[in-house]
Write a protein that binds this ligand. Structure first.
Ligand code: AMP
Length: 397
């Protein structure tokens, strides 16, 4: 069996999966795991092989040691690079700037280009580069492929991509909307076209990627024409811990009046805001429980969350003119039927009508949740970014 290794390297963690690129979207990965707390005293590697879980607790100095230890652990359980045929490695790279519109075969030059983009993604791209460097050393004989979170949004028309700030400052500092979660928006918007068995050009879709991070996209005939995340993943929807859209004047106010530093404001808006900042929790299962117990903060958080989804939905309906399908995906989008119901409530006059029974079906694959009469077909489609990355990677094998 030819497998692709998919790596998602963060600043202190590496997620990895061995994926059969021929899998269907809902098949379990054969092997998956997580190296965590890199650089901390309590490092840990968790490996899952066909339902079995193995854990190794040991300090992990850096990404190189982490990945080497993960490969050793995989070898011990007969699913490592020495036993299996890994034909390609796909790397999730968060920021491709305006340089990358499609997955790229990684060469030294491409690594340098990703490194040059570090100012645009100071938390993510350095870790992505570390992961690439290490994996290329360990597996030098297979193609390594970078798949960019921003790539799908390279096509945004200028009116959607550019901000109304001084154009010289914007050009000098790369300030524009890049969008993120592109692999997921692309995956589910392509999947819905396959399900409908229609030509891609004929289908306009609005995608809701609602996970802990959340974003929406308007996709016209296969091409992304708008998205809610911006120059950074902080913009747009209310998220688990991120604020989403704000009046930028709030940042000046917090700095001048509250005396907060830029790092404190960054931390506030990225880690202590969103649903968590409003209610104390960021998991929608807990939020739902609190709402059921009539917790007013939970209600308030939920209402603000839904209001923002509908604000974007309305603007994308207008941007597209005709909407054929709406797709919900990611942790909240796939599982929280109440979010889907409330996001689309009362829109029958626009041809959007959810079927409550279909909407209540368990999350076990792509499914239609609108009524037969609904002009706009509403789907839940489980996302699978790793599978999408694996499929891209093996194209270079
Ligand atoms: P993701 O970032 O796509 O992994 O999504 C993670 C989020 O999905 C969690 O923080 C939860 O808010 C949400 N989630 C996961 N499972 C469920 C569920 N069964 N019901 C409601 N929300 C869920």
């Amino acid at each position: 069996m030819a497998l692709a290794l998919v790596l998602n390297s963060g600043s202190s963690s590496i997620k990895f999966q061995l994926v059969n690129p021929e899998n269907s979207a809902i098949d379990e990965p054969y092997v998956s795991g997580l190296v965590e707390q890199i650089g901390e005293p309590n490092g840990r590697i968790v490996l899952k092989v066909e339902g079995e879980k193995y854990t190794l607790e040991t300090p992990i100095t850096d990404h190189s040691e982490g990945l080497n230890l993960a490969f050793d652990l995989m070898d011990q359980h007969n699913c490592g690079p020495s036993q299996l045929e890994i034909t390609a490695v796909g790397h999730r790279v968060v920021h491709g700037g305006i340089l990358f519109s499609a997955p790229e075969l990684i060469t030294d030059e491409i690594v340098e280009m990703i490194r040059d983009l570090i100012p645009l993604a100071p938390l993510h791209n350095p870790a992505n580069v570390d992961g690439i460097d290490v994996a290329r050393k360990i597996l030098p004989d297979v193609p390594h492929v970078a798949v960019f979170d921003t790539g799908f949004f390279h096509s945004l028309p200028p009116a959607a991509a550019l901000y109304a700030i001084n154009k010289d400052v914007a050009a000098e500092h790369g300030i524009r909307r890049y969008g993120f979660h592109g692999t997921s928006h692309e995956f589910v918007s392509k999947r819905v076209v396959e399900i409908l068995e229609k030509p891609t050009e004929d289908i306009n879709t609005i995608t809701f990627h609602l996970g802990n991070g959340a974003s929406m996209a308007a996709v016209q005939g296969g091409r992304a024409v708008d998205t809610s995340m911006g120059m950074t993943p902080l913009a747009g929807l209310v998220m688990g811990t991120r604020s989403g859209d704000l009046d930028p004047g709030i940042v000046f106010h917090l700095s001048r009046t509250a005396g907060m530093s830029i790092d404190e404001i960054d931390n506030l808006l990225n880690k202590k805001s969103g649903v968590k900042g409003l209610s104390g929790v960021n998991d929608f299962r807990e939020l739902r429980e609190m709402i059921d117990n009539n917790d007013q903060d939970a209600w308030s958080a939920y209402n603000i969350y839904i209001h923002q989804l509908r604000r974007y939905l309305g603007s994308y309906m207008v941007a597209l003119g005709r909407v054929d399908t709406i797709v919900f995906t990611a942790g909240v989008g796939e599982n929280a039927q109440f979010v889907r119901e409330d996001a689309l409530a009362g829109l029958e006059m626009y041809g959007i009508e959810i079927d409550p029974e279909r909407n209540a079906l368990p999350n076990d694959g792509p499914r239609l949740i609108s009524t037969d009469a609904s002009k706009v077909k509403v789907f839940v489609i489980p996302t699978n970014e790793e599978l999408a990355i694996a499929r891209y990677a093996v194209k270079f094998a």
